[in-house]
Write a protein that binds this ligand. Structure first.
Ligand code: PRP
Ligand code: MN
Ligand code: MG
Length: 180
């Protein structure tokens, strides 16, 4: 383990087991339907890639890139679309796939935005969820792991664009982001 990691929070095996479990539920819920999974760039790339391969229902994949901006704080709830869907989602069953819900502000904005396009349904699948997410009213149908309020990296999650390629979820050592 590199010096920048303090510990492995969720191992590669645990991640893959959970992805298969989520895929099983999604397969059952969408049986007989075609599903459009929408990944939120960039963090969701790993979950999307593994979840898509674990699903058996017919799937199409699309992507959105969003950026929250405001007075320098992490998530202001004001979201700018950097890349919109290529797909017209009217009448489609849409499943938004995220790596993590932290404040929940990005996703609550995104959900409103997608609902205004008249899909047949929109649901959310997130691999990780932090405790603050309960502060916003967000109906999340599929959750992989509820995790403590620590800075997590790997499996798509970055710190300053690094560590996304780790195959597991780890926590960052405090010295990396200016702690002791
Ligand atoms: C992270 C994460 C979620 C969002 C969650 O993305 O991947 O998309 O923040 O935060 P929230 O619940 O507080 O709104 P980020 O903006 O870091 O972009 P990235 O996916 O490209 O890393
Ligand atoms: Mn993201
Ligand atoms: Mg990020």
């Amino acid at each position: 383990m590199g010096r920048d990691l303090s510990k492995v929070l969720i191992s590669e095996d645990e991640l893959q087991t959970k992805i298969r479990e989520l895929a099983g539920k999604i397969d059952a819920d969408y049986a007989g339907h075609e599903l459009l999974i929408v990944g939120v760039l960039k963090g969701a790339v790993m979950v999307m890639a593994d979840l898509a391969r674990a699903l058996h229902v017919p799937v199409q994949m699309d992507w959105m890139a969003v950026s929250s901006y405001g007075a320098g704080t992490k998530s202001s709830g004001v979201v700018r679309v950097l890349k919109d869907l290529d797909t017209d989602i009217a009448g489609r069953h849409v499943l938004v796939v995220e790596d993590i819900i932290d404040s929940g502000l990005t996703l609550s904005w995104l959900l409103n935005n997608l609902q205004s396009r008249n899909p047949a349904s929109v649901e959310i699948c997130t691999l990780l969820r932090k405790p603050d997410a309960v502060k916003v009213p967000l109906d999340v149908k599929y959750v992989g792991f509820d995790i403590p309020n620590e800075f997590v990296i790997g499996y798509g999650l970055d710190y300053a664009e690094r560590y996304r390629n780790l195959p597991f979820i780890g926590t960052l050592a405090p010295h990396v982001y200016g702690g002791e």
